[in-house]
Design a protein around this ligand. Structure first.
Ligand code: AMP
Length: 394
């Protein structure tokens, strides 16, 4: 049984083809700069290829490149598209309509369109990815796996904002949370490693986008992203938590309108805004080690906010059994893990310095000595999407 997993962004399509008999990735790749003058396809299959300067004016064209690569005589991995039994799509926001994955039909598509206003940066791209696949493979079942689904178990006092209740009801302004597939995967892995489900786990998914969650007895009870992925931690280019009055202040003092301020807070702030030269954590860490003070500030602000959420979520759950680091930064930066753990001994977290500094890329590792466990667990959102897709189409 082969399942194709699609993660469509506004100008990119990432894909992985799984053979679900052994949950093996048999091909994967990415189309980049979709909709621009010249696009790129990177494909790893029977052979690895890179096509530069190709024409992908729309997601439909890009999907054609992906499917051609999968069935190609030399670098493809399947003979015919009919071997793909279903396609699983990552969808950023299902809103309050969907609390779990669903087989995509007309009603689901209507709900996705209706939710565009709540996720204007992400849902349109996800919809384009689904429609492109439906056009080329009309008979293949498609499944939507929502980024907010895992967080649908949050209690009302955690997901509500303190705005007029009628406005919450009418406009659905509340915390939804994102990265749910990743939080579910790594919390399940932590439960498997510890051998129990009755755990209080804090997850730090630290990548270019970053979010935390509190997982009690296998359920998400709070998370740091909100109505949109702008809330919470400091991210590559997103500011995270900020006083909402700053928006009007920026409008009045910079000449930007509200839309421009929102774009600014999403694209020009965060680590990039603080250090002034890059949103990529590797560049910032390099400069930090050379003594660049703005890089130091970016790293310290980033880690301080992660640490604040660890404390907040331990308090919300009444304790902490396990802290998990995942995502590009969480998995690879021992400096971030060290700075976050510093001073958290009162929660039972005691770092094992050697284990922390010797963690290898892609490795799952325990790096604590205290009562509470600290793990690095590489995330794998794609396998969760493939598993859910298989479960629903079976
Ligand atoms: P993601 O969005 O999960 O792919 O993570 C991307 C982020 O992880 C970027 O900021 C990268 O700079 C960061 N990253 C990747 N590898 C490393 C590394 N070895 N050390 C520090 N940060 C890293």
């Amino acid at each position: 049984m082969k399942i194709l997993v699609i993660n469509a962004g506004s100008s990119s399509i990432k894909y992985q083809l799984f053979d679900m008999t052994n949950e093996c990735v048999i091909a994967k790749g990415m189309c980049d700069r979709v909709g621009q003058q010249s696009s790129t396809l990177i494909h790893k299959g029977k052979k690895d290829i890179r096509l530069e300067d190709v024409k992908m004016p729309s997601h439909v064209e890009a999907m054609k490149f992906v499917l051609d690569a999968l069935v190609h005589a030399e670098h493809g991995v399947i003979k015919d598209l009919s071997e793909i039994k279903a396609v699983g799509h990552r969808v950023v926001l299902g809103g309050e309509d969907y609390t779990g994955s669903v087989v995509i039909d007309g009603t689901v598509m209507k709900a996705l369109y209706a939710n565009i206003g709540l996720a204007p940066l992400h849902n349109p791209a996800n919809i384009q990815g689904i429609e492109a696949c439906k056009e080329i493979m009309p008979k293949t079942p498609m499944v939507a796996v929502f980024d907010n689904a895992f967080h649908s178990t949050m209690p009302d006092y955690a997901y509500m904002y303190a705005i007029n209740y009628d406005d919450y009801k009418k406009h659905k302004i509340r915390k939804y949370g994102f990265h749910g597939t990743s939080h579910l995967f790594v919390s399940s892995e932590a439960e498997r490693l510890i051998g129990r489900k009755d755990l209080k786990i804090v997850i730090a998914h630290l990548g270019n986008g970053a979010s935390m969650s509190a997982v009690k007895n296998g359920k998400s009870v709070d998370t740091s992203m909100g109505l949109t992925p702008l809330q919470g931690l400091i991210m590559g280019t997103r500011c995270g938590d900020i006083d909402s009055a700053a928006v009007e202040y920026l409008v009045n003092n910079t000449g930007m309108n509200v839309h421009e301020v929102t774009t600014y807070l999403n694209k020009k702030c965060g680590l990039l805004g603080i250090c002034g030269f890059s949103s990529d954590f590797r560049d910032i860490e390099d400069e930090y080690e050379k003594g660049n003070d703005r890089a130091r500030l970016a790293v310290e602000m980033f880690c301080y906010r992660v640490k604040s959420y660890v404390g907040s979520y331990a308090a919300a759950m009444g304790g902490l059994d396990c802290l998990v680091f995942t995502g590009g930064i969480g998995e690879n930066s021992y400096i971030v893990r060290e700075k976050v753990m510093e001073g958290l001994e009162f929660l039972g977290l005691e770092i094992d310095d050697k284990a922390n500094k010797t963690t290898k890329r892609g490795e799952t590792k325990l790096f604590s000595k205290g009562k509470a466990k600290a793990y690095v667990i590489p995330t794998n959102e794609e396998i969760m999407i493939a598993r859910d897709t298989l479960r629903l189409v079976k």
